[in-house]
Design a protein around this ligand. Structure first.
Ligand code: ATP
Ligand code: MG
Length: 138
């Protein structure tokens, strides 16, 4: 698989009822859904997903937030998927996100920032296989 990225609609955006609008914006931007599921991560699973941030000061809060409610996980395909998706979601801190980006529209703070997007092709593959088996990606 190439040209894929992995995303999650995070618990704040799901809880605020933005899932449908966000998925619509993603499809309108030219991404194809290759896999999707709705699930509630345990703290252990959220910690494993964000293992790279384990030593950071915000790790505990990040894990608590990501396991605080259900999420929508998805694999998306598009040319230049990783970079184009990070442009679509906007900066990590929604106060710094460009107008019209998903985080600017739907996120309140750097902790509760509505969306995840992979940061490299390699991590997109690792993250997609964290959530989906080969049988679940179409
Ligand atoms: P994500 O990986 O969730 O898509 P990102 O790649 O934009 O976000 P990362 O640096 O990977 O940002 O950080 C992962 C998450 O950790 C961020 O989405 C944010 O919620 C949280 N985070 C990052 N930096 C900070 C910070 N300085 N203070 C508080 N939370 C932070
Ligand atoms: Mg990241």
């Amino acid at each position: 698989m190439s040209n894929i990225t992995f995303t999650m609609v995070k618990p704040d955006a799901v809880g605020n009822g933005y899932t449908g609008k966000i998925i619509d914006q993603i499809i309108s931007a030219g991404f194809t859904i290759k896999a999707m599921k709705y699930l509630h991560l345990s703290a252990e699973q959220a910690g494993r997903f964000y293992d790279i941030h384990r030593e950071r000061s915000f790790f505990k809060d990040l894990v608590a937030f990501m396991s605080s409610g259900p999420i929508v996980a998805a694999v998306l395909e598009k040319d230049n998927a990783v970079a184009d998706f990070r442009t679509l979601i906007g900066a990590t801190d929604p106060q710094k996100a460009e107008a019209g980006t998903i985080r600017q529209l739907y996120a309140k703070s750097i902790d509760a920032n509505a969306m995840h997007g992979s940061d490299s092709d390699e991590n997109a593959k690792i993250e997609a296989s964290f959530f989906f088996s080969a049988l679940e990606i179409f």
